[in-house]
Design a binder for this molecule. Structure first.
Ligand code: UDP
Length: 329
């Protein structure tokens, strides 16, 4: 199939593109390169530089040849920024997605896999979190992603779209090999594993541990980490699901189904890197729930997907990626 990957110059979109190409599919990337990198576009994919909100750009992307389906990763994705400047999130994530869906209608494409997030759930009542749990996001980033999930449900109902919202938990790791090196290169890095690896490499003095008195076994937050390659594989399976489903919207969690605390992640970083990786206790980061763990039963049942790479592998791959020659952030 020929897949249009929006945000294909970013972390998730680049690895999804590479995975699709390796499986024998054709990929066109639509990316405005605002946070992505042209040199991260998977070799073999065609790049259309432009925004999902720009009709001229989507006309080029859809018009080049027949697109069978869309993987929609283009988005703003910084929680703190979304609190500071919510208009960016309503405009890019919600307005941009609406423009993309309208372009899909115009060009007769009705299959889409969307990068949704565990942030749509907010503070969970219980873990593991099922897809049927209430969606009560606690920041504009999560709200904007939930709005798009709801948009997809309405387009499935009204226009026969076949859509999957993949709710990612904590994505980590990199894709290295076969001449490829794709990983996290955020100008503003907020995620635990890349920051801890910067400390291990000596480019940051210490890791601030946000909260040490949570009601968890070691007092630090527990999250559900998933390898980027496992995540990419779920996108391919979700695309296959859209081919056999009509007028349907599936919401599906992507996580390992188990959790690791911040201190367990630091221990993994120490084991992999051999660096002492100093930490300093820091107050809780506002809006951080104590424990977020996915139920991944639906992904297993409906998509036939299961995670295959553990935390150690995520840290090792992210470390190997970070150790490579400097590239622009
Ligand atoms: N965290 C931390 N120090 C950091 C960055 C993150 O202690 O410098 C914690 C954060 O509070 C959360 C976990 O690590 O409990 C994962 O945070 P991240 O930002 O990677 O992902 P999130 O769970 O917010 O999507």
């Amino acid at each position: 199939m020929h897949v249009l990957v929006t945000g294909g110059a970013g972390y998730v979109g680049s690895v999804v593109s590479a995975h699709l190409l390796a499986a024998g599919h054709r990929v066109t990337v639509l990316d405005d390169l605002s946070t992505g990198h042209a040199d991260a576009v998977a070799p073999g994919a065609a790049l259309v530089p432009g925004s999902i909100a720009d009709r001229a750009a989507t006309d080029v992307a859809f018009g080049r040849s027949t697109i069978d389906a869309v993987v929609h990763c283009a988005a703003k994705s910084l929680v703190a920024e979304s609190v500071r400047a919510p208009e960016l999130y309503w405009s890019n994530n919600v307005g941009g997605s609406l423009a993309l869906l309208e372009a899909m209608r115009k060009h007769g494409v009705g299959r889409i896999v969307f990068s949704s997030t565990a942030a749509t759930y907010g503070e969970p009542e219980s873990v593991p979190i099922l897809e049927s749990a209430p969606a009560r996001p606690t920041n504009p980033y999560g709200s904007s992603k939930l709005a798009v999930d709801q948009m997809l449900a309405s387009y499935a109902n009204a226009y026969g779209f076949s859509a999957v919202s993949l709710r990612y938990f904590n994505v980590a790791g990199a894709l290295i090999g076969d001449g490829l090196s794709l990983g996290e290169r955020h100008a503003t890095e907020t995620h635990l594993i890349p920051i801890a690896l910067q400390v291990a490499a000596g480019t940051r003095p210490a890791l601030s541990v946000f909260g040490t008195a949570y009601p968890t076994p070691d007092g630090t937050c527990v999250r559900d980490y998933i390898h980027i390659i496992d995540l990419a594989d779920a996108h391919l399976r979700a695309l296959e699901w859209t081919a056999r489903s009509e007028q349907a919207h599936l919401v599906c969690n992507l996580g390992s189904g188990s959790g690791n605390s911040v201190l367990e992640v630091v221990e993994a970083v120490r084991r992999v890197t051999g660096s002492p990786t100093p930490t300093v206790a820091h107050p809780n980061r506002s809006g951080d729930p104590a424990v977020l763990i996915a139920s991944n039963g639906l992904a297993q049942e409906v998509l036939g997907w299961a995670p295959t790479r553990d935390l150690e592998q995520m840290v090792l791959d992210a470390w190997n990626f970070a150790q490579q020659p400097a590239r622009s952030a």
